[in-house]
Design a protein around this ligand. Structure first.
Ligand code: HEM
Length: 441
């Protein structure tokens, strides 16, 4: 990340980087060049599927498919992302967030620290899984969580230096990963089997995806194609959101004044009532806090494309076959658009400040035809979760806990996020009873 940031700062909007012998990649950082890559020259590029491990897990779902397959999949999925449907889903998810906080509260003791990263991952899996696969997922949520934990432990660690390259993982890790993939697939195929056997259980998006495919092509969607769609949506939705939650709460813990202002805004909007998705637009400041967290540590830290024909970006020649990278991390730190870029400052996202920047200076959800389909949902869910959490607890980072970036498929924390938890109700009750005791002498 530091390397890309330095290259972007020193060499301007576009730079050619040599990784090993005769292996060149192009880093595109300036907003105008990003526009050319993702919009104007979009026909000259496809998604990069050279990272085989991820391509194997995702298959040919929306994230990695191309051409008419992608076009059809996107058209079929799009109606599922209408604002009204998203509001209904976020409102349904409130009970899960509330249970999640109940669980966390059980661990609340002064000076008791635990890693909240896997907890946020568990929550985001449950929210995404039940949205995408309904109750068929919920029945397997715990088993899938365990598989996911194993897979994350043995997933090849990101190297600490851009030029170090990926070391092949040890054989044992490869075997464990293979087993985790096949266990995960078995659950997904079981879900598909149950759906096909005409279950009356809530199946989330599955019926719309299957029926949409039939309407478009006149053919049945195969189990494998449905598996690819479900796995892609599930991973695209939860991995990013879970990571995002960590970073948002990292900043809220680091800046108690920001947290107090978020809490005040939530209290003004909802009091002690559960927040409503339709009214999350009242949370203006919270929205800016989430956006700023996603600027500094964008859950997807980079995009990668492969040129399928010779073309030019910003006047520079990009040959067919070249890999072109956009480091969101570096672009979100260009001093031309972000003064003092390492500083956490939600006021960068007032309407006035946003209007001063070119559109592609901030792209946590990418841009153009391959932009994030779930961007609106991600923002709604992030704000809903923050609102519910600040109503009930303080999450505080363990003093001295090292925060080191680990840019894997998403921007993770290499050492997790050790925190302690303080329930506000308990502390409010404690101070009330202290006051009563004092009054009683
Ligand atoms: C904080 C949360 C999220 C972030 C930061 C995020 C970010 C992104 C980014 C940067 C891309 C473009 C990747 C590329 O071009 O290589 C993308 C694509 C995508 N995202 Fe998200 N995402 C988030 C949540 C979600 C959610 C909740 C869903 C819901 C299913 C979702 C579904 C997708 C899909 C389907 C694509 C592929 C779109 C296509 O290629 O047509 N994402 N996301």
């Amino acid at each position: 990340m530091a390397f890309f940031t330095r290259v972007a700062a020193e060499y301007g909007g576009i730079a050619r980087i040599r990784f090993g012998r005769n292996n060149y990649s192009y880093l595109v950082s300036d907003p105008e060049h990003i526009r050319q890559l993702l919009i104007e020259n979009r026909a000259a590029y496809i998604k990069n599927t050279r990272y085989k491990l991820l391509a194997r897990v995702l298959g040919k779902g929306l994230l990695l498919s191309e051409g008419t397959d992608w076009n059809r999949q996107r058209k079929i999925a799009k109606p599922l992302f209408k604002l009204e449907a998203l509001h209904a889903q976020v409102n349904r998810g409130r009970a899960d967030v509330a249970h999640f906080i109940d669980d966390l509260e059980q661990r609340a003791e002064p000076n008791r620290f635990f890693d909240i990263e896997p907890e946020f991952s568990r929550l985001s899996q449950l929210l995404a899984g039940s949205w995408i696969m309904g109750d068929l997922f919920r029945a397997r949520a715990e088993a899938i969580e365990q598989i996911y934990l194993t897979a994350t432990k043995v997933w090849p660690a990101a190297p600490r230096s851009a030029l170090a390259g990926y070391k092949p993982p040890p054989v044992r890790a490869v075997l464990e990963l293979k087993k985790a993939f096949s266990d995960f697939d078995k659950h997904i195929y079981d879900i598909i089997g149950e759906y096909r056997s005409n279950t009356s259980v809530d199946c989330g998006m599955i019926p719309a995806l299957v029926n949409g495919h039939k309407e478009f092509t006149g053919e049945e969607l195969s189990d494998k194609a449905l598996r690819d769609q479900l796995v892609t949506m599930f991973i695209a939705a939860h991995e990013t959101s879970g990571t995002g939650m960590c970073w948002i709460h990292y900043f809220l813990s680091k800046y108690p004044d920001v947290r107090a202002r978020v809490r005040e805004e939530v209290t003004n909007a909802f009091g002690e009532e559960q927040p409503r998705a339709e009214k999350l637009s009242l949370l203006d400041y919270t929205d800016r806090v989430v956006q700023e967290a996603f600027r500094i540590y964008s859950p997807i830290h980079s995009l990668s494309r492969v040129a399928v024909e010779d073309n030019r970006i910003g006047g520079y020649f990009i040959p067919k076959g070249a890999t072109v990278i956009v480091s969101l991390f570096a672009t979100h730190r260009l001093t031309k658009y972000w003064k003092n870029p390492e500083a956490f400052d939600p006021e960068r996202f007032t309407a006035e400040e946003c209007a001063k920047r070119p559109p592609f200076a901030y792209i946590p959800f990418a841009a153009g035809h391959r932009n994030c389909l779930g961007g609106t949902m991600a923002m709604l869910q992030a704000k809903m979760t923050v609102a519910q959490l600040v109503q009930r607890v303080n999450i505080d980072l363990m003093p001295g806990h090292p925060i080191e970036l680990m840019p894997s498929t998403t921007m993770r924390m290499r050492h997790g996020m050790q925190v302690s938890l303080e329930p506000l109700r308990r502390s409010a009750e404690a101070s009330k009873s202290n006051a009563l005791m004092l009054a009683a002498g």
